[in-house]
Design a protein around this ligand. Structure first.
Ligand SMILES: NC(=O)c1ccc[n+]([C@@H]2O[C@H](COP(=O)([O-])OP(=O)(O)OC[C@H]3O[C@@H](n4cnc5c(N)ncnc54)[C@H](OP(=O)(O)O)[C@@H]3O)[C@@H](O)[C@H]2O)c1
Length: 429
């Protein structure tokens, strides 16, 4: 049995989970990898910080290069997070011929292609299963058993924080701020939740998914996205009365060579499998031309579920060390498609529109007339009594171009009977 020595960069949530699994399940892991895997050194920012895990202080260091320059270390596991330092350390590791596993979606979405090129040049592996949907093995599934499919669509609930908040708003009738605070108290949201609630985290993950599924690199900054900070409990309640659940979706669909992608809070029909994915759980709904529809479901974050995916990568690397197996692992950088895909953000969608209108006879009819003159047809409408001078009127619109909708709304808001457009949301169709 060979010895494989690991340098862990980071002993936070995921570092602890990874270390615990490697220790707790050591026998099974050595059987699966035909190796004895030893964590030789661990990078932290503060050696004296109290930690709820038993690790000898002897192996902790605050100097990353003490690990990166150690010739005995075969595998670097990057779990510090962020972009700049993580990029620097992964690059240094690959350049010196060390394999790398990382859970870092930000660094893979931003610098992944360059880092994979470097890994290839140095004949080492760069694996990142945990970078999308934590414990759900979606990357390996797309690269291995599903690799013969032409993917048509991927829709993911890939952010546990926002899914927890939206579920709590829906089930317990909470306002956004209250649900966010609850998520923070339960450890499902960070002290600074911006990246999660504004959809940036989901955009990083979508970039990685599109790279693997469709062979295109889309800069995460250019993905059309909206977060959940403006969602009200009323919108969730009205959506539910129309038969929908509100979810933050990260999706990409190839329709005859046009790849449409987005991160949006979206109304999902209750009959769709994604509608029943609640709280901190994640799911990916995938359509391939050969396999048909698949749904992956599980914990997309957390110490042990994410550690599970990281350990899977470490075992895959350990199996390859000292063999020719590198040749048969997924080719990196992932192949870029030769098909001319037209990349497009917002195009056509069904919409949910919530107006606040004056309680005057004929107001509803006037809105319907303007929508009709712009060629927009209405699927359902609901008028809510509020007991004062204004009342919400909510529409579900058939699929329409965004430009046609914007033109119609610009005309509608000019009229005195409409106080405001309270919200515009997409509907999954
Ligand atoms: N949390 C999740 O559920 C989850 C899920 C999927 C993927 N991920 C990804 O996993 C990675 C790690 O996340 P996490 O939640 O484990 O983060 P975390 O709890 O903040 O832990 C980060 C660890 O890295 C160390 N560290 C950070 N910057 C450092 C630096 N410049 N020098 C030395 N040590 C440094 C910290 O040291 P100290 O302990 O001394 O502070 C800490 O041990 C991120 O890329 C994240 O996106 C996380």
């Amino acid at each position: 049995m060979k010895n494989v020595r690991v340098g862990l960069l980071g002993l936070g949530n995921i570092g602890k989970g990874t270390y615990t699994i490697l220790t707790q399940n050591a026998d099974r892991i050595s059987g699966m990898s035909n190796s004895k895997i030893e964590v030789k050194k661990i990078l932290v920012s503060d050696i004296n910080k109290p930690r709820d895990i038993e690790v000898s202080k002897e192996i902790l260091t605050t100097d990353a290069y003490n690990i990166l320059n150690d010739p005995e270390i075969d595998v670097i596991v990057e779990l510090i997070g962020g972009i700049d330092k993580a990029y620097e350390y992964i690059k240094a590791a690959l350049s010196s011929g060390k394999h790398v596993a990382t859970a870092n979606k930000a660094v893979i979405a931003t610098h992944g292609l360059e880092l994979m090129e470097l890994a290839k040049k140095n004949k080492v592996l760069l694996l990142h299963e945990a970078s999308v949907a934590g414990g759900i093995p979606i990357i390996t599934a797309m690269l291995k058993p599903l690799c013969g499919n032409d993917f048509q669509e991927i829709i993911g609930i890939v952010n546990g924080t926002t899914n927890y908040i939206l579920t709590q708003m829906s089930e317990n009738n909470l306002e956004y701020e209250v649900a966010l605070k609850q998520a923070q108290e339960k450890g499902f949201a960070e002290a600074d939740p911006t990246s999660d609630v504004e959809g940036e985290d989901a955009a990083y993950k979508l970039t990685i998914l599109m790279l693997i599924a469709f062979g295109v690199y889309v800069d995460p900054k250019t993905i059309p996205r909206e977060g959940i900070t403006k969602i009200s409990k009323e919108d969730i309640e009205y959506a539910s009365q129309f038969g929908y659940k509100l979810k933050l979706l990260a999706g990409a669909k190839n329709s005859s060579g046009r790849l449409k992608y987005y991160v949006y809070p979206t109304l999902v029909p209750e009959s769709h499998p994604l509608a029943s994915v609640n709280n901190e759980f994640n799911a990916l709904f995938v359509k391939g031309d050969a396999v048909g529809e698949l749904m992956f479901y599980g914990k997309g974050a957390g110490s042990m579920p994410t550690g599970s995916a990281v350990v899977g990568d470490i075992v895959s690397i350990a199996k390859c060390i000292g063999t020719d197996l590198l040749e048969i692992t997924p080719s990196q950088p992932y192949p870029i498609t030769e098909e001319e895909l037209e990349l497009t953000g917002e195009s056509r969608s069904e919409y949910y529109i919530n107006f606040l209108v004056k309680d005057q006879p004929g107001a509803l009819g006037k809105i319907m007339t303007v929508l009709g003159t712009h060629g927009i047809s209405i699927q359902s409408v609901m008028q809510r009594a509020k007991g004062d001078d204004s009342l919400p009127v909510v529409f579900i619109l058939h699929e329409t171009r965004r430009q046609a909708l914007d033109d119609a709304l610009a005309e509608i808001v000019k009229n005195s009977y409409v106080e405001k457009v309270t919200s515009i949301l997409r509907v999954l169709s």
